[in-house]
Every structure is written in structure tokens, then in C-alpha cells.
Design a protein around this ligand. Structure first.
Ligand code: NAP
Length: 291
């Protein structure tokens, strides 16, 4: 068997095109242009590239780019004041604090200051709680992107056995909850899992977000399984994921490539979240004005 590639680049483009149409319609209806505030602290080159891409694609879909760049030695108090100002600014629809923050800062505390309604990364405790209870809220972008890819590929989720490798707050944990909310039977693996390959091999849907280059290959894949590779690593021979794609492709029915799989979906879902956040803000402003 040679697995079919799930084309994340194409799906992400389609999501961004839908968001652009939504931005236009919202602007015509309300006169409000959605605004995304990316907040970058310091000069980490990888973070700079991520933020630059987010800003470019935000402008491409017609949103206002409300970027803020703070110096690497900024105080906790100064970042808190910046977040509070963005939180109070009704022309800012969404706030994204680029992580990791410099180590002298308390990043959890900073994320916690972002109002849940502007938390377009879906990382506040409030939004995590809403997801855990399967209630409406802003969802973390990468696992949302994975769900969108599974739906695009018409993968049967309800009743499937999904194995998620990784339990981070950013990817693994919300991923497992989203799959559970869609009626998959979910197993979560982590660094203490015994016989990881054997557990992975029971998966109909295998999502790998461990942050270990080419950690799993065909030996961890059940014949016909759908493999979603969230990992992204820059190695001497180019970009690769957490899965050995060539090897796993011989066994899986579908697989996401790296690059061009999950990666492009993350920013597309961020933009979708920003439009969702903006619509809620606009509705609240209209309701307040009517009171
Ligand atoms: P993370 O915070 O480092 O979490 C990694 C998780 O994998 C942890 O839960 C860890 O277990 C588990 N793990 C590590 N080694 C393992 C092993 N040998 N066997 C089983 N489990 C193991 O990483 P993350 O933020 O979730 O990101 C995961 C990967 O996704 C990274 O490669 C990252 O670059 C990538 N990523 C990509 C995107 C994108 O847009 N494509 C977005 C976010 C992340 P413990 O909990 O026991 O430590």
C-alpha cells in the first residue's frame, strides 16, 4: 500500500479563502475590520519567522495587522500593561502571545491575562475548560487544523480508535479532547508509555506530536491507518516530522507530509479563530449599544 498524502497546503489555502470572504462580509455588515495583535518579545529568529508569516497571512485575508514587538529584557509588568491595553482596545479582535517568551517572564501568567474572547490561540484556562466540557470556545489552532484535515479527507472519526502521542497543553491534550468530542475512542501516549509502538499499532487514526524527529515508522502503523504527523524539525537533510514518512507510507492509507501537512493549517485556523472572536466582539458591542 502507498498512502495518499493529505494536502494541508491546499486545505489551508481554502480555509484562508473562506476567512477572506468572511472578513469582507463582516466589514460590509458592521464597518469593523477584524484586527489581530501578535505580540513578540525579544529576537528569537524562529519566533520572528513564525510571527512574520502570521502577520503576512493576516493582511492577506484583509485583517488589520496590530503587531507589537517588545524588547527581550522587557519587564513582566510592561508586558502585562501591553496585554491589558490590547484587551481593552475594541478594535483588536484577537491577541496572540508568541511563545516561548524569554525565561525571566511568567508566560502562564501572561497568557492568563488575555481575555478568553480574544484568546485566538485557545490557550487560556477558560478556553481549555470549555474544550474539556465540549462547550463552544476558541480552540487551539494546531489540533483544530488536524480535525479540519481529517474532515477534509473524509476520515471516519466516530467509533475509530485514535492514538495521540504527546500530551502538551498546546497540541496533544486538546487533540485528544477534540477527538473524544467527535466520538473517537482515544488513547494518549507520552514519554512514560510502555511499548509505544505496540500501542500506536492499534490506532485507526495515529496523531504524533512528540517533538522527536522520525521517531515512529511503519512498525508503529496498523495497515490502512490514517497518520497525522504534527512534528516539525529542521535537520541537516531538510525538514522532517515525528514520523518517518517514507516508511509509514508503505503501511498507512493516508498520511500528512512534512512540510505541507499540519503546518500550514495552524495559521489558517488562527485566522479563522480571529474572525470568530471578532464576530463575538461585534455582537457584544451591538448588544451593549442597544441597552
Ligand atoms: P512538547 O510540549 O515538547 O510535548 C511533547 C510531548 O511528547 C510530551 O507530552 C512528551 O511526553 C511526549 N513525548 C516526548 N518524547 C516522547 C517519546 N519518546 N515517546 C512518547 N512520547 C514522547 O511539544 P509540543 O509543543 O506538543 O509539539 C510537539 C511537536 O509538534 C513538535 O515537533 C513541535 O515542533 C510540533 N508542532 C508543530 C506545530 C505546527 O504548526 N505544525 C505546532 C505546534 C507544535 P511527556 O508529557 O511525558 O514529557
Amino acid at each position: 500500500m502507498t498512502a495518499e498524502y493529505i494536502d494541508g497546503k491546499a486545505v489551508a489555502e481554502a480555509v484562508r479563502a473562506e476567512v477572506a470572504v468572511g472578513v469582507d462580509a463582516h466589514l460590509s455588515a458592521t464597518g469593523r475590520r477584524p484586527g489581530l495583535a501578535t505580540l513578540l518579545i525579544g529576537d528569537d529568529p524562529a519566533s520572528e519567522v513564525y510571527v512574520r508569516n502570521k502577520r503576512r497571512l493576516c493582511r492577506d485575508v484583509g485583517m488589520a495587522d496590530r503587531h507589537q514587538h517588545l524588547p527581550g529584557d522587557v519587564s513582566q509588568r510592561a508586558v502585562e500593561e501591553t496585554i491589558d491595553a490590547l484587551a481593552a482596545d475594541t478594535s483588536v479582535s484577537g491577541i496572540l502571545l508568541q511563545l516561548p517568551a524569554p525565561p525571566h517572564l511568567d508566560a502562564e501568567e501572561l497568557v492568563g491575562r488575555i481575555p478568553a474572547g480574544k484568546d485566538v490561540d485557545g490557550l487560556t484556562i477558560w478556553n481549555a475548560g470549555l474544550l474539556a466540557q465540549n462547550r463552544e470556545g476558541l480552540r487551539p489552532c494546531t489540533p483544530s487544523g488536524v480535525m479540519r484535515l481529517l474532515d477534509h479527507a473524509a476520515v471516519q472519526i466516530a467509533g475509530a480508535h485514535a492514538v495521540v502521542v504527546g500530551r502538551s497543553a498546546l497540541v496533544g491534550r486538546p487533540m485528544a479532547q477534540m477527538l473524544t468530542n467527535r466520538d473517537a475512542t482515544v488513547t494518549v501516549c507520552h514519554s512514560r508509555t510502555v511499548d509505544l509502538e505496540a500501542v500506536c499499532k492499534t490506532a485507526d487514526i495515529l496523531v504524533v506530536a512528540a517533538g522527536r524527529p522520525r521517531m515512529l515508522d511503519a512498525d508503529a502503523v496498523k495497515p490502512g491507518a490514517v497518520v497525522i504527523d504534527v512534528g516539525i524539525h529542521r535537520t541537516a537533510d531538510g525538514l522532517c516530522g515525528d514520523v518517518d514518512t517514507d516508511s509509514a507510507s508503505r503501511v498507512a492509507s493516508m498520511i500528512t507530509p512534512v512540510p505541507g501537512g499540519v503546518g500550514p493549517m495552524t495559521i489558517a485556523m488562527l485566522l479563522e479563530n480571529t474572525l470568530i472572536a471578532e464576530k463575538a466582539t461585534a455582537n457584544a458591542l451591538i448588544a451593549n449599544a442597544a441597552d
